[in-house]
Design a protein around this ligand. Sequence first.
Ligand code: ADP
Length: 509
Amino acid sequence: MAKTISKKKSNTIKLNFDTSWSYAPAPESKSAATINKQYDLFINGEWVKPSGGKPARLNDDSRSGGYFDTINPANEEKLSEVAEANVADVDKAVKAARTAYEKVWKKMPAKERAKYVFRISRMIQEKARELAIIESLDGGKPIRESRDFDVPTAANHFFYYAGWADKLEYAFPNRKTESLGVAGQIIPWNFPLLMAAWKIAPAIATGNTVVLKPAETTPLTALKLAEIIQESDLPPGVVNIVTGAGATGAAIVNHPDINKIAFTGSTDVGKIIQRAIAGTNKKATLELGGKAANIIFEDAPIDQAVEGVINGIYFNQGHVCCAGSRLYVQESIAKQVIKKLRDRIESLIVGDPLDKNTDIGAINSRQQLETIHKYLDIGKKEGAEMYQSSCSLPGRGFWCRPTLFTNVAQSNRIAQEEIFGPVLAILTFRTDDEVIEKANNSPYGLSAGVWTDKGSKIFNMTRRMRAGVVWANTFNKFDPSSPFGGYKESGFGREGGLHGLLPYLNLVN
Ligand code: ADP
């Protein structure tokens, strides 16, 4: 921190503080994590070589011989190579899941099933440090996020659903429940371990078996989870983890012996999946994109609201489907809020994801960085005013400065489309009716936030907003007992809480 003291003639002393703070680096140690050079497919409790042949994703030279690289987006170095499952491999995994379902898992007393789910939760806790490091290495998110949010919340999901396994008669009083069979689960790259936990925990607690595919850019923590599952002695075939890209996902979706698809990812792929399963009796839950409105009223505690906005869009690089990427500020306080936001983004630390001081890590992939840059250009061309922090960015890897746009119109693409990066579009409003109209004017409806001093206003807003989750005077808070899911193009079905049991059960009487 630079500090100069200038003595003027009038004898007044003026202090000029440089606004940029530099913290000493505090990197987490990579040596606390073990990453294999190569990972096979986890099928029937064993590591199985991919059958190889033509890579499932064509036109990609990095894929050959049945394996593909996974890299660290903060420096583009290769971390490991991972098997690519083709249709035959997926079929093997589904068969293993079916056999485990029929022969073991569906017959097992629920209280016994619960013990395995609980054991997985405990083992995630025991390996929390290693999992957090691998999550940050493979995905680029700051260690503070993976250590304090992703990994503990993943463990909590297993713990929470272990508790429900033998209490389904209390979850659905006077109803008899029946598991569905084999669930195909496809997850994205923004919360790799947490999404795996969201999907696997309720599925197996309710007596189903699973074939799960992590995203191609972030497979490593799901593969670590496979190691944990193997160590936990979960009966072979109850959880199978296959890696690969879109074609591997499609092989799961189209497999005739899958009873349920649980998907989190883009709205475009969600639509493909919905078309693919139309006319089959596969059940589905889809958790898709979002463009959350974060609304600040003039009576809100402004500093807390500004911090909530920062947390909602910048931490995690904006790689969150429920990120508060649209900010609506009441006109009377807009100038003040925008100034505070500009000052605050100037102080955000962008850099090494393993450094405990880092606020904003690396963008997950080159492709995602290109998408973000495309939207920055669109925003400028649409006439919005762009402001970025002046921080310097590392030379290698995929990085984006925290960015905000002012003078944004409701119809601008940066206010309508999901960017999935640290980019905030700021709009203003005068009345409650106007902001409700604007906030709901979106193809999405996953989440929203309201900042106000008045409880009555909170209830009025939450009642009228078409969003699956509305946070009040906070943002991006999660708990395994709370359901999460969307309206409109953000998908359907709920994950988490008691609601999250239902997609994995039939109520039979
Ligand atoms: P994102 O834009 O967040 O990467 P995607 O929807 O492209 O979201 O990817 C989410 C997950 O869906 C990933 O695991 C990806 O491999 C998988 N996927 C991509 N295309 C398909 C498809 N056609 N069918 C099934 N899964 C797919």
